[in-house]
Design a protein around this ligand. Structure first.
Ligand code: 13P
Ligand code: SF4
Length: 352
């Protein structure tokens, strides 16, 4: 790391004072996250986005869908900035607005749309969030997916949910938290006519899962879990719910990034964890707790390449531009899209 960059970032941030608010997701690099005013999982960052109305600039060290959500949730005078516009999310890209509109048409054709509730993972574009709001659904994150599904089937009185775009979070939550079975879930494949599902399958399903996944978490396998248990006897396997079903089934503990941090932070000295989530976070936990044994669930899995695009050169460039009174890389959501996306985000923020 170039110490000159850290010095420049510090100077620019000090010059901006309360006019800038920096948010950092737990998957960010160590040197970048050191400049975050608030760190968190996706839910906490959505809650915190609007916490500093005095700041005219919100610098989001995370990925595009998070910055879009921040733009939707913040006041009009605030601008949200993503230090590298190429910091997207491959999972969010797996559900386009056109594909989701087609899927809804398929549900209408099958006569099931009226009692189907959209529940969309935060990791989706603003357009997908707007679709969700237009059909009176909710957004969820990995820390409130159980409550979101509970709301969809309870208060909202849905007979089934269409869950976008992470099939694993949807399936894991439905089975582990709501007591459903595999047979209650079907997978809608946007690349196939009718999603590859028959009318009867759509009618009988309680969970219509979108065929999407996280390319980082999708690489953990059941074999990794078996291998680490052999290599580190007594280890507790702690994974994110974006992992595949067989991995989650074989794990000891499952939860969001905020949950993973809490479990490791609160464990006694000598505790041993094999953590199945993004590498920046696992390495940070291992460095913070030299008295505990923290290993990566699979030694071949790597960083989230898009989260890692936010690096010190981009952060410094962003902060120095702001300090000169210039705005770079602003993320704005179309007002019509933002209105409906906000409805779905507000529904999430109002979940009990
Ligand atoms: P959480 O931080 O909400 O657990 O989400 C993980 C993630 O994949 C964000 O992209
Ligand atoms: Fe997207 Fe997965 Fe990276 Fe999260 S870790 S930003 S879900 S690709």
């Amino acid at each position: 790391a170039d110490p000159g960059l850290a010095e420049r970032a510090r100077a620019a941030k000090a010059a901006l004072g309360d006019d800038v608010f920096v948010l950092g997701h737990h998957y960010q690099r160590d040197d970048v996250i050191a400049f975050a005013d608030v760190t968190g999982d996706s839910f906490k960052l959505a809650q915190q986005a609007a916490a500093r109305p005095a700041a005219s600039s919100i610098v989001f060290c995370g990925v595009h869908f998070m910055a879009e959500s921040a733009d939707i949730l913040t006041a009009d005078h605030q601008r949200v900035i993503l230090p590298d516009l190429a910091a997207g999310c491959s999972m969010a890209d797996m559900a386009t607005a056109e594909q989701v509109a087609q899927a809804w048409d398929d549900l209408l054709d099958a006569g099931v749309a009226a009692d189907t509730v959209p529940v969309s993972y935060m990791n989706s574009s603003a357009a997908i969030k707007a679709f969700t709001g237009r059909h009176d659904g909710t957004i969820c994150t990995s820390s409130n997916a159980e409550r979101a599904l509970g709301w969809a089937f309870g208060e909202r009185r849905g007979k089934r949910v269409i869950f976008l775009p992470d099939q694993h979070l949807g399936r894991n939550t439905a089975i582990d938290k709501l007591g459903m079975s595999e047979a209650d879930c079907v997978v809608y494949d946007p690349r196939r006519p009718g999603g590859g599902l028959t009318r009867a399958q759509l009618q009988d399903a309680r969970m219509i899962l979108w065929r999407g996944h996280c390319s980082v978490h999708g690489r953990f396998t059941r074999e990794c879990v078996d291998e680490v248990r052999n290599r580190v006897p007594g280890v507790q396997v702690l994974v994110h719910p974006e992992c595949r079903r067989d991995v989650v089934e074989a794990a000891d503990l499952v939860g969001s990034t905020e949950y993973i941090i809490k479990v490791v932070d609160e464990a006694p000295p000598g505790a041993m964890f094999a953590v199945g989530t993004e590498l920046n976070l696992v390495q940070r936990l291992a460095n913070r707790h030299p008295d505990k044994k923290i290993v990566f669930l699979d030694r071949t899995v790597c960083f989230c390449s898009t989260m890692n695009r936010i690096d010190m050169p981009h952060l410094v460039w962003t902060l120095e531009a702001l300090a000169r009174g210039e705005t770079v890389n602003r993320i704005t959501v179309d007002p019509e899209v933002a209105t409906y996306a906000r409805k779905a985000l507000d529904q999430m923020l109002a979940l009990p």
